[in-house]
Design a protein around this ligand. Structure first.
Ligand code: UD2
Length: 305
């Protein structure tokens, strides 16, 4: 059967890169996006790409999007951790009910598999590093809890309805098309945005906190692989490389030929100190490792600007 993939949130940061990756593999792709944080300019004009402007919480739009689809990559979400703290009902309506509607529609339309965005936010403050998928889950925000609930629903849908699915726990994803003004702009996007105009980036805290950064092209490739794998459950999407913010600034100064030093500010209260994901299951289940080191990812990102 000819594959037709639905990408929810397909005009967003990770969604648009994933759509491109699917198109370049020769698949037919349909996206549904309400364009709240996604952008039409993120998408190529392509004969195999169909765009639906609509909201996954709106049953008619979702039915239209899901009909005739063989697999679904579900990325549409309320993506701001801060918003989930301020407006937990709104966030849950998007992230819990939105995903539940996607799972239900996938079941009703006989969709063979759903791959969906989970997050490292399900872990909260880690007990041991690197974080494996078996680690204790203790989310620190409604956003993290919503993603965990999504994972539980997906697992139940497998039990109750035989719906195959894989939840991808993304670590800190970076790359082109993450708007620096968006509420979910990560630290790399913000630092690049400042340094390239000769302004000092702000480090919250001492800069010794560490993160596991993964380049968006790797994430897009893993999304495609996940759609065609057969494992069910959850899987980290991580580089398993730990980088401190001070090391990050140094790499960016080098990449941009900048000598501007960062400005140190008070730590952000809700931050975790260290985050590092195990990539063992990723490599085992999806058969490939991340291709981009941080230096290579930053080089590709800066070359794209
Ligand atoms: C990431 C995800 C978030 C959630 C969380 C789970 C992003 C953008 N966010 O949050 O969605 O999955 O992981 O753990 O990927 N920082 C600065 N200066 C700045 C901006 C940030 O010092 O201008 C620091 C910040 O205080 C933190 C680190 O950089 O210590 C990373 O911050 P982030 O917002 O990029 O991502 P994080 O890990 O808080």
């Amino acid at each position: 059967m000819e594959e037709k993939i639905l990408v929810t949130g397909g005009a967003g940061f990770i969604g648009s890169h994933s759509t491109e990756a699917l198109l370049s593999c020769g698949y037919k792709v349909r996206i549904i996006d309400n364009f709240s944080s996604g952008d039409r300019d993120n998408l190529p004009a392509h004969a195999n790409l169909e765009i639906i402007e609509g909201d996954i919480r709106e049953p008619q739009s979702l039915r239209r999007a899901m009909s005739g689809v063989t697999k679904c990559l579900h990325l549409a979400a309320q993506v701001s951790v801060a918003h989930s703290v301020e407006e937990p009902c709104d966030s849950a309506e998007n992230n819990i009910m939105g995903t539940l509607r996607v799972l239900e529609a996938a079941r009703d339309h006989g969709v063979a598999r759903v791959v969906y965005a989970s997050s490292a936010a399900v872990y909260g403050e880690p007990e041991n590093l690197p974080l494996t998928e078996a680690a204790r889950l203790s989310p620190l925000s409604p956003y993290g809890l919503e993603k965990w609930v999504n994972e539980r629903y997906a697992s139940l849908f497998k039990e109750l309805h035989g719906l195959s699915s894989l939840g991808l726990r993304y670590f800190n994803v970076y790359g082109p098309r993450q708007s620096p003004t968006s509420p979910y702009a990560g630290v790399i996007t913000r630092f690049v945005d400042r340094l390239r105009v000769g302004q000092a980036p702000t480090i919250y805290g001492d800069g010794k906190q560490t993160r596991d950064f993964i380049y968006v092209a790797d994430v897009a490739r893993f999304n495609v692989l996940a759609l065609f794998a057969d494992q069910n459950g959850v899987c980290n999407v991580a580089s398993q490389c730990s980088t401190s913010l001070l090391q990050l600034v140094e790499a960016l100064q080098f990449g941009l030929g900048s000598h501007v030093s960062p400005h140190l500010n008070e730590p952000r209260g809700e931050d975790i100190r260290h985050s590092l994901g195990s990539a063992e299951r990723l490599v085992d289940w999806l058969g490939e490792a991340p291709l981009y080191t941080l230096d290579e990812g930053l080089e590709a990102y800066l070359a794209d600007m």
